[in-house]
Unconditional design. Sequence first.
Length: 133
Amino acid sequence: RLTGFCLVMMQGWSCLHYAVRDYDRMPANLLPHLLRHCSIPIDQRGGQGDAQCAIHLATSDKPLKWLLSCGADPSLPERQEGDVIRVRDLVSAWPAGTEQEAKRRRRAMAFLSRAPYQAYHVEKLCFIASTSR
């Protein structure tokens, strides 16, 4: 049983990074458990210049949905060899050869378009604008 642990592995990734990257090979309840009970910052970047957050490692719609519903910021860029890559670009690059893969990609794009994080910040900015008059 997992009880609030946080391991930092050799690459500087937390257990959250690995749970997202290997979501299909992990127990189904591992990622939700980590998001609910561990004190891992959801937008923590991996170490050693990797600059990846857990959301950048998602390769299907289910872990992406979990991360977005728990407040992961989809606007954070990933940096690879000087290039800035957005989460939406990563999802667009997912394979869509089969109908199931295309369906996963469409669902993930829908999750990104209505991410709670973005809605929260728009609401916050509207509140700030209304009080600063």
